[in-house]
Design a protein around this ligand. Structure first.
Ligand code: HGY
Ligand code: MN
Ligand code: MN
Length: 417
């Protein structure tokens, strides 16, 4: 019999922090709606900064609102090792998506400081401002894109939220200067490890608490707008209509069917539709809908996107509809660093936490950070594979097991052996 290694992480510490964060933007019993730069978002970032200070970390806020907590290393001039995730949520989502990675990062650094003192390499825990695009449909990865220098100078003025507020106004409401977004860019990050809930069924299926991500899916998100001619539902013969709903129906069922026929791992989702006017007895003038298409295999992603676009153009042409296609987000699949994956696998073994390597079907801030740093991710099991819902749940034991693995991996990377 091998002995269970001593655990560095107290599960209660992780659980109580998740519960405290969930109060900022609480919706019902278990839901959270914490949209970027809202008052509840500001309160959550303040809470995070306070925890970082209590954990003995040096706190900084950058110009876009990311909160950084540093455990300074003896070799302070070396590029840093960072961990963290996003503090915003779906509208509403659950209490773990993003938040668990923020809590795990702060907990890991505080525990490393308590147990081992100063590291050799500087460690940072970061609470990133926005990943979900739940307030601004095209903001996605606002925090990590600022860090890698991929926010255009005009973007804050151009982006408008579902609530009609521009990014400039939202940033000002949160006490930030939108003219300084570019100053959040940095070039001193060597390594970024993001802990996140799996948001899918595979770990539960394998009865494992932890996954180590090797590859993150690629995706493209479109807003498809079809324009036809509004008219009376009773008097306009079927063969005399320019009906954008008929075109949308054909495209929506077609893209979903294409992904289904191409098979795993590609997926396509139509999650939002806006019908104008939205009336029972009127052929609509316009139907707009989102298409979110993903595959972790680069060639499969290209084939999927090409088929989707061909269908959209063919249907619009045949039905005499005006098609406009806006791409809100577009990203190739990203590979995690093999050496980091191995370091995390060894940390899991040392902790006595069973784990497997896997692919992420969700997109993550880590894939933006991959442009400037080597990256990897630690996943923890999602109950029922459910996420982006108030029903999202991860047990305290699993959350602590993932945090344990993260902490030990950071220890390997930042402390002399
Ligand atoms: O859409 C995504 O994959 C991410 O969870 N926002
Ligand atoms: Mn997330
Ligand atoms: Mn999410």
């Amino acid at each position: 019999m091998t002995e269970t290694p001593e655990r560095w992480i107290d599960p209660e510490r992780v659980e109580s922090a998740i519960a405290a964060l969930a109060e900022h933007g609480a919706r019902g019993e278990t839901g959270v709606a914490r949209l970027v730069y809202s008052p509840e978002w500001v309160a959550a970032q303040d809470q995070v900064a306070a925890w970082m200070s209590e954990g003995g970390l040096r706190v900084e806020r950058d110009t876009v609102g990311n909160v950084w907590g540093y455990l300074d290393g003896r070799q302070g001039d070396l590029p840093i090792i960072a961990t963290g995730s996003h503090i915003d949520s779906q509208n509403p989502g659950g209490r773990f998506d993003g938040a668990l990675g923020v809590v795990a990062g702060i907990t890991a650094l505080a525990v490393l400081r308590e147990r081992f003192g100063d590291p050799e390499r500087t460690l940072a825990a970061v609470s990133l401002v926005e990943e979900e695009a739940s307030r601004f449909p095209a903001a996605n990865f606002w925090g990590s894109r600022a860090i890698i220098g991929r926010i255009g100078t005009e973007e804050p003025k151009r982006l408008r939220g579902y609530d009609g507020v521009t990014m400039v106004e939202a940033m000002r409401d949160a006490g930030l200067d939108p003219g300084l977004v570019q100053d959040a860019k940095r070039d001193d990050i060597d390594t970024f490890i993001e802990l996140h809930i799996e948001q899918g069924p595979f770990l539960e299926h394998e009865n494992l608490p932890v996954g180590i991500v090797e590859r993150i899916t690629g995706y493209r998100q479109y807003l498809v707008t079809l324009e036809g001619a509004a008219n009376h539902a009773g008097t306009t013969p079927m063969d005399m209509r320019r009906d954008p709903m008929a075109g949308a129906a054909e495209i929506i069922s077609g893209v979903i069917d294409t992904a289904f026929r191409m098979g795993r791992p590609c997926v396509t989702t139509v999650g939002r539709a806006i019908v104008t006017p939205n009336e029972r007895a009127v052929i609509p003038q316009q139907v707009a809908f989102t298409v979110d298409a993903r595959s972790p295999l680069p060639e499969q992603r290209e084939t999927l996107l090409a088929r989707h676009e061909a269908l959209m153009f063919e249907v619009a042409e045949r039905r005499d509809l005006k098609l406009s296609l806006r791409v809100d987000s577009d990203r190739q699949p990203v590979m995690c660093d093999p050496a980091l994956v191995e370091t995390i696998a060894q940390a899991a073994t040392a902790a006595g936490v069973p784990a497997m390597t896997m692919t992420s079907g969700a997109v993550h801030d880590a894939m933006q950070m991959a442009e400037i740093a080597r990256i990897a991710m630690v996943f923890v099991r999602s109950a029922g594979g459910i996420s982006h819902s108030p029903d999202e749940f991860t047990t305290t034991e699993d959350a602590a097991a993932g945090t344990e693995v993260l902490t030990r991996a950071l220890h390997t990377l930042a402390y002399p052996s």
